[in-house]
Design a protein around this ligand. Structure first.
Ligand code: Z5A
Length: 215
């Protein structure tokens, strides 16, 4: 019998929700469960996609067109999918990805107010049928998230956006989670870290049990 495909797990959330902090916890969980996995991120994940990330995040004087930003996100994603994500999944490795296309719906759709059907067209073009199997959405009050992120020092091009931008990002994420309840798990990231990680553990246990039931 062919080796089953790996699972595609994404971690999402607005500014300062604690993705980086909690990804370490998710990695420990997968290691303890003996699940082979690869950690990657967007924008980025390959040398060329990381160069595109630099272009996207760095501060610049020239105003960036919203379509240019959107197309660069998907250009990086196309490279990432072909070079990293698909080969890993086909080899039976789980892919743990720090942000994916839900971030485009939230930041470019919600934040920048680009039409969602434009994003959906690019999603279909670049991804075909590839979609995450599980998405953990870390959700926190925007002001709390922004103050956590500010503590990290110099802000990138996105982090310099205003409160209203991140409010729209948060609402766009919550709307997607509501529309795709089977795939999303909303984690209340406003609690202390131990509680956040307990919620993540429950979500991962539930996902793994569901996989066992289907075998
Ligand atoms: N972007 C986009 O626009 N469109 C797209 O399609 C994609 C991305 C894919 C880069 O992403 C930017 O790209 C992102 C959206 C855009 N811009 N923004 N904003 P990124 O993921 O690399 O950047 P980031 O959002 O700044 O994420 P981050 O660096 O991973 O930060 P984080 O995950 O939100 O937070 P953290 O570093 O883990 O935690 C922040 C601080 O809070 C830190 O000091 C922690 O110790 C603290 N923390 C964490 N959890 C807690 C709890 N529970 N209590 C108290 N303190 C906590």
């Amino acid at each position: 019998m062919d080796k089953p495909n790996g699972k595609f797990v994404t971690i999402e959330g607005s500014e300062g929700v604690g993705k980086t902090t909690n990804i370490e916890f998710i990695q420990s969980y997968l290691k303890a469960a003996d699940i082979p996995f690869l950690l990657t991120r967007e924008p980025g994940g390959t040398p060329m996609a990381e160069e595109l990330r630099e272009l996207l995040l760095c501060e610049r004087e020239e105003p960036v067109s919203e379509d240019c930003e959107l197309l660069l996100m998907f250009a990086a994603r196309a490279q990432h999918i072909q070079q990293v994500i698909k080969p890993a999944l086909q080899a039976g490795t789980w892919v743990l990805c720090d942000r994916f296309t839900d971030a485009t719906y939230a930041y470019q759709g919600g934040g920048r107010k680009l039409p969602l059907d434009k994003i959906a067209s690019l999603e279909n073009l670049v991804q075909g049928t590839l979609r995450p199997d599980l998405t953990l959405l870390l959700d926190v009050d925007v002001e709390v998230g922004m103050s956590r992120a500010k503590g990290r020092g110099k802000l990138d091009r996105f982090e310099q956006e205003k409160l209203e931008f991140f409010e729209r990002v948060r609402q766009a994420y919550l709307k997607r989670a509501d529309q795709e309840q089977d795939r999303f798990r909303i984690i209340d990231a406003g609690c202390d870290l131990a509680e956040v990680q307990q919620q993540i553990k429950i979500a991962l246990d539930h996902f793994s049990d569901h996989l066992m039931d289907r075998r």
